[in-house]
Write a protein that binds this ligand. Structure first.
Ligand code: B12
Length: 812
């Protein structure tokens, strides 16, 4: 039986941990290695023994020892991907040879590098790395590929796409979640399901991560969203460190309790991650195999997503902001031709602020390379915002590139009833996932009647089915014509909406504004037409969210239709809307308060560095710094803008309002602004003899260096020589630099509770080495008391305090 058939007919039991089991062999002195994959060549017997243990325990699938067998990790040791995978698969084959009905899965996990735009690794390169692994796996005869322990949805997409485009193997994909139930890069479980189902994986799920309670909750969340089989491989609880070794405390029977509950709830593929051993798998198999698996539960929801969040388009209508489109907009055209991404970002921000749930992105303009501009624009928008996008182009090459690189499941505008168009667009939707807008026109044009448009919608849905696309991924646009020239058809469009909803049971979408072309008071016509469409069952309104009358119609309709419970959002939005203007608010904010209050999300003021940092508008930060330096000192800018903005970003990160990509972007925005401030400091400082030498570092394990860099710049400005050792600096490096430069002051920075311990170690090592100079410590998590307790001579709360300390130490 093929793996796919086995998955359809019953439970699949995966094996348990490879990595933590190997650790126990290492701890007992049995074997050693730099990376576990090396053991496929140096100690195949051990790997085979572990596989056999799991097979004896009843695992249906064993995972090859290839978790990190990618070209980056192997190159460091001089191995090729092919030889390691070949060895790993051959061990697995030997192991399964004496068992019936077992499968070998190629295990694939993260490259260990951050993908661009957050990190340096381009998506296409990550894809190549995974393709190399998948090709080797298939060539050597694995039955399926398991992409697991992924903490970045984008990298997970690269891996799945690589497997699907290079092999015909089944692929199951598994994400790892943090305590806040998000992947490290922000994606929630619904988004993982939405995106992975869109890509056509055979099963989706989660592994590693938190404790069994968290796993249980995640299992139910996955089951609530997924139409395909769900997969789970939790750890044997949260690891604890005992006598210097990491131990997993959950015993096999307790582990099996959770797995049995999950199997009863509908999870199809069950296995163990860190800390699970063959006894856990045996207990799980014993408890779950007598159960009858629940039938799959296909969902009919129409969902799209960004890289972090999913929007399901249901009865409560959503707004698609239409303003990222050059049609009829001179300023927008100029921005596109000049490659001015900031202008596009500000258009996006203002629409999001006004209530858009999805943003349409159209960059079609004669004279530009639409595919590459679309690619860059989508990337810039995704780097900055969490809002899902509608990729809008009539060129299939443009859609292809944008959908390939889109981090999420996009709304795609559009397909229509022409065979040639359907045959170009549907393969893209099938490959990348997406909800596609189906325009009710075909080779014959736009039917004048609602029934004619309904027929085209039927035809499109049928053809989509031929490509394996479910009708839930089709959203029908019954086309708005201009009432001034085609008066009879305005209400046909409305009627078609209700026919499509009732007869086909699919969602609908409409660009509304075209109705009023050529008429005065367009907003009035648009908003009344919108209301009629909403009443007929419009699910997604493509409108200008900055139009008060359109938003008024939308919110009023939602309140009247009962989607806005107790009219709360209506009240919130419109209370005092006309009565109180911003200027006449009773308590005018002071300058500082303004900075600390909610930043204007699309800062129109070029010197609003606070908002610019908060929004991560990195290309605007240097200009802002220059403008501020005209009237403010560097210290005023740091204390009044940079520190409060980063504090705010940090709080938003902590409370789950912002995610790591946004944190990174804000940090980069600060770094750019700070370059300007540093240059200013350097050019204004009088060249003088050094007042003393200071060694500075962010301690080992900590990569936060913005604060340390500020302190360094300030100290240099005051005439001290600073030897900057950078970030993540081991104690030894601090020791040798201090000795080499005969520094009389050492400055250490740590920003995390976890790295303060390394600060203490570094101070201890300095003292033990006989260093008799002074040590100052700083960083947001430190306090005066704590700094003293870990042996620092001084604590500096900010950069100016560090100057005062240096003066004390050097006497000048
Ligand atoms: C920017 C930032 C990042 C950037 C760092 C970029 C960079 N190049 O520095 C990035 C995105 C890379 C990042 C990564 C992470 N971050 Co971070 N990050 C922040 C953030 C928002 C701002 C830090 C900052 O620059 N502040 C502004 C500067 C000017 O302030 P400062 O560093 O305190 O420095 C001043 C003083 O303290 C003092 N000072 C500082 N050092 C020194 C040294 C000396 C010698 C002296 C005299 C004075 C001094 O003077 C400075 C100037 O006034 C904070 C939240 C916050 N508000 O602190 C979180 C924060 C520090 N990060 C946090 C976390 C958890 C992480 C990650 C683990 C996230 C993740 N899940 O992956 C990773 C850690 C990676 C690692 N191993 O270090 C947590 C730490 C929680 C904790 N208590 O342990 C925080 C508090 C956010 C949060 N609330 O959860 N982060």
């Amino acid at each position: 039986m093929s793996f796919r058939d086995a998955l359809e007919s019953g439970f699949i039991f995966m094996d348990g941990s490879m990595g933590t089991v190997l650790q126990t062999y290492r701890a007992s002195g049995g074997t050693n290695w730099k990376i576990p994959e090396e053991l496929n060549l140096t100690n195949p017997e051990l790997i085979q023994k572990i596989h056999r243990g799991y097979l004896d325990a009843g695992a249906t699938v064993i995972l090859t020892n290839t978790f990190g067998a990618n070209r980056y990790k192997l190159a460091e040791l001089g191995y090729t991907v092919d030889e390691v995978i070949q060895a790993a698969v051959s061990i697995a084959k030997k192991a399964v040879s004496s068992y019936k009905g077992r499968y070998i899965a190629l295990n694939v996990s993260s490259t260990g590098k951050l993908l661009s735009p957050m990190g340096e690794l381009p998506f296409d390169e990550a894809y190549e790395v995974f393709a190399e692994m998948a090709i080797a796996g298939e060539k050597n005869g694995v039955d399926l590929v398991v992409v697991e322990t992924m903490s970045d949805l984008y990298e997970m997409k690269a891996a799945v796409l690589a497997v699907k485009e290079h092999t015909s193997l089944p692929v199951i994909a598994s994400a790892t979640f943090q305590e806040n139930n998000r992947m490290l890069n922000g994606a929630d479980p619904a988004t993982v399901v939405t995106v992975m189902e869109g890509l056509g994986v055979d099963a989706v799920g989660f592994n590693c991560g938190g404790d069994l309670k968290a796993a249980q909750i995640l299992a139910h969340t996955f089951l609530a969203h997924a139409s395909i089989p769900v997969f789970m491989e939790p750890n044997a609880g949260i690891p604890v460190v005992e006598n210097g070794t990491t131990v997993f405390k959950i015993p096999p029977e307790e582990f099996a309790d959770t797995m049995e509950e999950a199997a009863r709830a509908g999870v199809r593929i069950l296995g163990g991650c860190c800390g699970t051993v063959k006894e856990h798998i045996a207990a799980m198999v014993k408890r779950c195999s007598p159960l009858t698996p629940l039938a799959l539960n296909p969902k009919q929801t129409t969902c799209i997503s960004s890289w972090s969040d999913t929007i399901c388009i249901g009865d409560d209508p959503v707004i698609v902001g239409e303003r990222i489109n050059p049609t009829g907009k001179k300023r927008f055209k100029e921005a596109l031709l000049a490659g001015d991404q900031e202008y596009i970002l500000s258009e996006a921000q203002s629409q999001i602020d006004s209530g858009a749930h999805i943003l349409d992105v159209n960059v079609g303009l004669p004279g530009i390379d639409e595919a590459s501009v679309m690619d860059q624009t989508v990337s810039a928008l995704q780097r900055t915002f969490r809002t899902p996008l509608q990729i809008d182009s009539s060129e299939s090459a443009v859609l292809d590139r944008a959908l390939r690189h889109y981090n999420g499941k996009a709304l795609v505008n559009s397909v229509n009833g022409k065979k040639s168009v359907m045959d170009c667009v549907f393969p893209l939707i099938k490959k990348y996932g997406g909800v596609v807008v189906a325009l009710t026109l075909d080779e014959e044009g736009i039917p004048p009647t609602a029934e004619g448009r309904l027929d085209i919608a039927k035809k499109i849905i049928k053809r989509a089915g031929d490509f394996g696309i479910d009708k839930k991924n089709i959203i029908v646009d019954t086309l708005t014509l201009t009432v001034s020239s085609q008066q009879k058809e305005a209400l046909e469009t409305v009627k078609a909406l209700s026919l499509v909803r009732k007869e086909l049971g699919v969602r609908t979408i409409l660009g509304v504004s075209n109705i009023s072309f050529g008429l005065p008071l367009r907003d009035q016509v648009n908003s009344i037409f919108l209301t009629a469409c909403l009443s007929a069952g419009l699910s997604a309104c493509i409108i200008n969210p900055l139009s008060q009358s359109m938003m008024g119609a939308y919110h009023t309709w939602r309140a009247l239709a009962g989607y806005d419970e107790n009219c709360l959002s209506y009240i919130d939005r419109f209370t005092g809307a006309q009565a109180v203007s911003v200027e006449s608010r009773p308590h005018a904010l002071s300058d500082t308060d303004k900075k600390k209050s909610e930043a204007s999300a699309s800062p129109s003021d070029d010197s609003d560095l606070f908002s610019i940092i908060l929004c991560g508008l990195r290309d605007r930060s240097q200009k802002a710094a220059h403008l501020l330096l005209e009237t403010k000192s560097p210290v005023e800018i740091i204390d009044g803008y940079i520190v409060p903005a980063l504090d705010r970003v940090g709080k938003d990160f902590e409370t789950g309002k912002k995610y790591l990509p946004q944190l990174l972007l804000s940090a980069e925005t600060v770094s750019r602004a700070f370059e300007v401030i540093r240059e200013h400091l350097a050019s204004s400082g009088v060249v003088q003899e050094s007042k003393g030498c200071i060694v500075m570092a962010t301690v080992h394990g900590d990569i936060h260096d913005i604060g340390k860099n500020i302190v360094k710049a300030m100290l240099e400005n005051y005439g001290y020589t600073v030897i900057d050792l950078g970030k993540d600096v081991p104690a030894d490096t601090v020791l040798s630099a201090t000795a080499q430069h005969k520094a009389q002051l050492v400055g250490l920075s740590a920003l995390m509770t976890t790295t303060v311990a390394n600060m203490e170690k570094t101070i201890g090592a300095l003292r033990a080495s006989g260093y008799n100079g002074a040590i100052m410590a700083g960083g947001a998590v430190l306090t005066e008391d704590y700094a003293k307790r870990i042996g620092a001579d001084y604590y500096a709360k900010d950069a100016m305090a560090s100057v005062a300390i240096a003066k004390k130490v050097f006497g000048a």
